[in-house]
Design a protein around this ligand. Sequence first.
Ligand code: SIN
Length: 338
Amino acid sequence: MPPAAAPLPCVRLLATGGTIAGAHTTGRGYRAAALSIDALVAAVPQLATLARIDVEQVAKLGSQDMTEAVWRKLAARVQRAVDNPALTGVVITHGTDTMEETAYFLNLVVRTDKPVVLVGAMRPATAMSADGPMNLFNAIAIATAPAARGRGVLVVANDEIHFAREVAKTNTTQLGTFASGQRGLAGLVNSGRPHFYAPPVRRHTAASEFAPLIAASVSERTLPRVDLIFAHAGMDRALIDAAVAAGARGLVIAGVGDGNLGATALAACAEAAKKGVAIVRASRTGGGVVERNIEIDDDRLGFIAANELNPQKARVLLMLGLTCTRDLRMLQEMFFAY
Ligand code: SIN
């Protein structure tokens, strides 16, 4: 008798919506999150060759409507799944628009070495040549790959594997929208076969100080308000003052160039910092490192430099950082560590 085949690994598939679950309406229009996760799985029978999959529809939204409450709910669901010894990994279907923020949030709060993979698509499920089915196949394959363990939360799309910390959406419509321009890809995946490159360089998941904190009380916690303001030529102080008046405990500035901003806006940020609002300088350029004390005297003004994080990820880290401390030096160290 031939030896019995090894049982397939088990993967939990958590669905949140997005274009991967989108359906055409009229003309070129479509509605994100129209299809259930059962319909997406049924459309890719080849998934049954990779894993036994159990599904949960955690949310059904376009990711422009993603909220911190859904992040917390998702984190709790992921934590529960990875704590189950019968499960090998987790895949999350998600809209591409804010996928990088959800991925980075989970990268900081979920305590595990198991693969956690976010996947989306640029074309709706009902489109000609939809990219979702192969992306989903690849994501499930990565969630079962031993080499994916310990690499933090990953994003899979367009035959590429990205680290949550590095990935950014860079194009409105094209399939190759995700890029990890700064430190590069986590790897490639071809029809489910992974090819991993170097491991991630910064702290994440099991080594994150936020993991135990959030895992303990993820569904009850609320995150502090952190606003994100895009700097531009001729900027005044109105939006900065409005954010402070709205109760922001932190403010991320997507600054020009090296995280810079004009004198009027700078003065408003300095006043906000004196009132105890944590000010993080990031860059709107999409690349490079924002360092301390180059054009702006961060030490004197009490600012934090975003280092390598883009503004939207700097906001995620600042929200989590502010749940632990308001000490500027400690917050700055977090931007060097994560
Ligand atoms: C969304 O982010 O939900 C819409 C866009 C997409 O998924 O590609």
